[in-house]
Write a protein that binds this ligand. Structure first.
Ligand code: PLP
Length: 359
């Protein structure tokens, strides 16, 4: 007998990250922070160099307390992870068994599919309307037996979101035995009044988990740091399945500095507001359909005409040193996802896509 992994694992298509940028090119393929990270976080990271021989605090206490203070949460209901990816995976590891049903929205973040398949669970997608999650479809798809519903709000790669009242309607329409995981990787970028920070729902409903990340507005994607907030029962289970030192020492130090650096957050938000408006207006003005986004990227749709497709545009941009993200794996073969860059990079994208439209 040859060595065999658990059934189903060889069906997994490994996640393909946004393409790396060759020397001199501009990387707009992974929704990273164009402004870098907080200088205070970078200093804390450097200072941690003298402690690399020491194990980190396995409970990441300092970081959890800093997050709890900033967000007015209970520190003992926070779990930190090596990116929110790890936390999503731990949730799957803790709650999913082979054959279980996991529900996501049609264009949901690809990691949810990975999480389901890693446990031998089945992932079912609920159709969207206008590239936006549809609560009725999610409730219907979940039925009475979904183990987990994953919802990114706002969502990657569409950049769209649903209101707090819609999220509540979703939670109330799901069975109590279904865990609702709300992935808030881009929550800090949103300021629409109807958008609601879902952290309050954790204590209100008891079967809601919220995940957050340091990779986007905090600009610490390379460090791998995220956190989740959940009911005590869920947190207790996640602690049992996580590695004892799952968050590294420099990440704890840099994350603690980052969460307190409100100036950097404000700067990042302002830069994003300006860039999103610029990209959306300019590309829209050139005749491209741009899905309205509240994240740090835009989803741009292309025609199916030969020479004018998303693939053609992707190549055209790459030849000009602009690396963006094809979203074929999401079932969006006619679109590209373009991350917000520095002002000159946003301008370069618009100029290149103007030339592409005319070519
Ligand atoms: C980027 C992103 C994350 C963050 O992943 P990390 O592992 O924290 O870097 C989570 N969810 C969505 C939808 C994302 O786009």
């Amino acid at each position: 007998m040859t060595l065999q992994p658990r059934p189903g694992l060889l069906d997994i298509k490994p996640y393909v990250p946004g393409a790396a940028a060759p020397e001199g090119a501009v990387k707009l393929s992974s929704n990273e922070n164009a402004l870098g990270c907080s200088p205070k976080a970078a200093d804390a990271f450097k200072a941690a160099a003298s402690s690399l021989h020491i194990y980190p605090d396995g409970g990441a206490t300092e970081l959890r307390e800093a997050i709890a203070k900033m967000e007015s949460l209970k520190a003992d209901q926070i779990v930190c992870g090596a990116g929110s990816d790890e936390l999503l995976q731990l949730i799957g590891k803790a709650y999913l068994a082979p054959g279980d049903k996991v529900v996501q929205s049609q264009y949901g973040f690809l990691v949810y599919r990975l999480v389901a398949m890693q446990s031998g669970a089945e992932i079912v997608s609920a159709p969207e309307k206008n590239y936006t999650a549809d609560v009725d479809a999610l409730i219907e798809t979940a039925g009475d037996d979904a183990k987990i519903v994953f919802l990114a709000n706002p969502n990657n790669p569409t950049g769209t979101w649903i209101s707090g009242s819609e999220i509540r309607r979703l939670r109330e329409g799901l069975p109590a035995s279904t865990l609702l995981v709300i992935d808030c990787a881009y929550g800090e970028f949103v300021d629409a009044p109807e958008y609601e920070d879902p952290l309050a729902l954790v204590s209100e409903y008891g079967n809601v988990v919220v995940t957050r990340t340091f990779s986007k507005i905090h600009g610490l994607a390379g460090l791998r740091l995220g956190w989740m907030y959940g009911p005590k029962e869920v947190v207790d289970v996640i602690h049992r399945v996580r590695g004892p030192f799952n968050v590294n020492l420099p990440a704890i130090e840099a994350g603690t500095a980052a969460i307190q650096d409100r100036d950097f957050l404000k700067k990042s938000k302002e830069h994003n507001d300006q860039s999103l408006a610029f990209l959306t207006q300019q590309l829209g003005g050139l005749g491209y359909e741009v899905t309205p986004s509240v994240c740090n990227f835009v989803l741009v749709h292309f025609s199916e005409a030969p020479g004018k497709t998303a693939d053609d545009a992707n190549k055209y941009l790459a030849e000009r040193g602009l690396i963006v993200r094809g979203v074929q794996p999401y079932g969006l073969p006619n679109a590209l996802r373009i991350s917000v860059g520095l002002e000159e990079h946003n301008r370069a994208v618009v100029d290149a896509l103007e030339a592409f439209a005319k070519a």
